[in-house]
Design a binder for this molecule. Structure first.
Ligand code: SF4
Length: 445
C-alpha cells in the first residue's frame, strides 16, 4: 500500500492566522480516510534519512505557510519531485512550486475530526497567547464557529488564502464533540478558540461557552478559555446581556479569561487605511472592561506602511491606559498587548491588498520576514523627524529594551529616524526596535 507523507518544514514562526493549522487538518483528513500516514512535524534536515523511505508512488504533501520554510521547501522539491505544496497559496505560487489547495470540504473535515487525533501529534501548534494559560494541563486549539475571515484588511494574509474567499461554517455539534473529547483526553485542559472572530455569532458563542463549562462540573479546575474577537463583535456580545455586571458574571462562570483583539494601531488614519475598527469604539470597549474579570489583549502590528512617530505615540498612549501589565505576564509574551511591546512586525505577504506597491513604501530588511523580527521599515517612519525628546526616563526605556535585547539610543531634536539608526553600529532591524520602543513610551514625539 502506498503511503501518504505530510511534511511540515520547521519554521521560526509560531502562528500567523488560522491557515497555519491547515497542515494538522490535512494530516487529520488523511488519517480519517484510513491512509497510511507519515506526518513529519517540525521537519528539519537532521531527519533527512527518513526521506529515503519515500517511494515514487507515495503521495507527498509539504506545507509552506511562512517565509522561513522556503529554503527547506525548495530542497525537498528537488529531492521529492512528486511533492505538492499547500498552506499559503499565494506564496507557493510566487515560488512556482506545484500547488495543492485544500478544498473547503477537506478543511471542514479536518476541523471536524482534529480533536480526535491530537494524541497522535507531537506538537499542538498554538499562538503565543497560550502563555496566558500556562497553569493549565494543556491548551487545545479549536476552530469553534467558523474558519477564515473575509474582511480583507490591507496587510492580512487570511482572506487571500481562503478558498473561494468565503468562510467555512462549523456546526455546533462538531464543536461540542471536540470539546468533550479534549476533556476526556486531558481533563481540565484550556481551550484557545482559533476562529478569527469567535463572537461574530453571539448566540453560538454563548452556547459553546456554556457547553464547555458543563464539561467542568465535578472537575478540579474550572474552564479557561481564550478567544479572538473584534471591537464590534465583542461589544455586541456584551450588549446581548441586560447589564455589564451580568455579562461579566457570565464570562467568569464560563472561564472566558482573555479576548484577543487585533487593534494593530491606535492611530485613527492608519487604522482606517488598514480596514480596522474605529479607535473611539476600541476606547469605549476598553473602558467598559477595565475592571472586568475578562481581559482584552490588544494585539498590535508595528512598522506597517504609514507608521510614524505620532502613530507609535498614539498606540503607546492607548496601551498605557488599557494594555496588560508586563510584570504579570509570562516572559515570552510581554511584547504584545503592553505599552512598549511592539507585537508583530509588518510582513509583506503576496496576495494582500498592498503587496504590489509595498516596495515603494519602505525599506525591505529581509526577503524572509517573520513576525517577531523587523523585516521592513516604512518610509513614513524613516523620514519622520523627532520633534521632542524626553531623556529623563532611562530606567523605564532600559527595561523595555531588555525584553528585546535592543540597544539604548540617544535621540536629538530635529533629527530624522533614518539618520539616527544609520549612525549606530547595530543592524537596522535591531535599531528600529529601539526607535519604536521610544515612540511607544513617548520618549520621542
Ligand atoms: S479582521 Fe482583518 S486582520 Fe483580522 S483576520 Fe480578518 S482580515 Fe485578518
Amino acid at each position: 500500500m502506498s503511503k501518504t507523507w505530510i511534511i511540515d518544514p520547521s519554521s521560526i514562526e509560531e502562528n500567523r492566522g488560522s491557515f497555519v493549522y491547515l497542515v494538522y487538518y490535512k494530516a487529520t483528513v488523511e488519517m480519517k480516510r484510513g491512509k497510511d500516514v507519515r506526518f513529519l512535524e517540525d521537519f528539519t534536515i537532521t531527519q533527512k534519512d527518513i526521506l529515503d523511505d519515500i517511494c515514487p508512488d507515495d503521495d507527498v504533501f509539504i506545507s509552506l505557510w511562512s517565509y522561513p520554510q522556503i529554503e527547506l521547501c525548495r530542497l525537498l522539491y528537488l529531492r521529492i519531485p512528486q511533492a505538492k505544496f499547500f498552506g499559503y497559496s499565494p506564496l507557493i505560487m510566487e515560488e512556482r512550486l506545484p500547488l495543492y489547495i485544500m478544498s473547503r470540504e477537506e478543511i471542514y473535515q479536518g476541523i471536524q475530526h482534529y480533536a480526535f487525533y491530537t494524541d497522535t501529534f507531537k506538537h499542538l501548534l498554538l499562538s503565543d497567547c497560550d502563555g496566558h494559560l500556562k497553569d493549565r494541563p494543556e491548551v487545545y486549539p479549536l476552530c469553534g464557529i467558523e474558519y477564515g475571515c473575509s474582511r480583507n484588511c490591507s496587510f492580512c494574509p487570511v482572506t487571500p488564502n481562503l478558498p473561494g474567499k468565503t468562510k467555512i461554517s462549523i456546526p455546533l455539534i462538531d464543536t461540542i464533540r471536540s470539546l468533550e473529547n479534549y476533556q476526556k483526553k486531558t481533563p481540565g485542559s484550556g481551550v484557545h478558540f482559533t476562529d478569527e472572530d469567535f463572537f461574530r455569532d453571539v448566540k453560538k458563542a454563548k452556547f459553546i461557552l456554556e457547553e464547555n463549562q458543563r464539561l467542568f462540573e465535578d472537575k478540579e479546575y474550572g474552564p479557561s478559555v481564550i478567544a479572538l474577537g473584534s471591537v464590534n463583535t465583542f461589544t455586541d456580545f456584551l450588549d446581548s446581556f441586560n447589564t455589564d455586571a451580568e455579562a461579566f458574571r457570565f464570562c467568569k462562570k464560563v472561564g472566558l479569561f482573555l479576548v484577543e483583539i487585533g487593534l494593530e494601531t491606535a492611530d485613527h488614519g492608519l487604522a482606517a487605511h488598514m480596514g480596522k475598527s474605529k479607535i473611539d469604539a476600541a476606547v469605549r470597549l476598553a473602558e467598559r472592561v477595565r475592571q472586568a474579570p475578562v481581559k482584552i489583549l490588544w494585539l498590535t502590528l508595528s512598522l506597517s506602511p504609514g507608521e510614524t512617530i505620532a502613530s507609535l505615540n498614539a498606540t503607546g498612549d492607548f496601551l498605557k491606559e488599557y494594555g496588560l501589565n508586563p510584570k504579570e505576564m509570562s516572559p515570552r509574551i510581554r511584547t504584545n498587548g503592553t505599552r512598549a511591546g511592539l507585537g508583530q512586525f509588518f510582513q509583506k505577504y503576496p496576495g494582500t491588498r498592498d503587496y504590489k506597491s509595498i516596495e515603494e513604501k519602505g525599506m525591505t530588511l529581509s526577503t524572509r520576514p517573520s513576525r517577531l523580527i523587523p523585516g521592513f521599515i516604512p518610509h513614513s517612519l524613516l523620514k519622520d523627524r523627532v520633534k521632542e525628546v524626553d531623556n529623563s526616563r532611562k530606567e523605564e526605556y532600559e527595561y523595555w529594551l531588555s525584553l528585546y535585547g535592543a540597544p539604548m539610543m540617544t535621540f536629538f531634536e530635529g533629527g530624522r529616524v533614518h539618520q539616527m539608526i544609520d549612525i549606530l553600529p547595530y543592524p537596522r532591524w535591531q535599531s528600529i526596535i529601539s526607535v519604536c520602543v521610544a515612540g511607544r513610551l513617548g520618549i520621542i514625539r
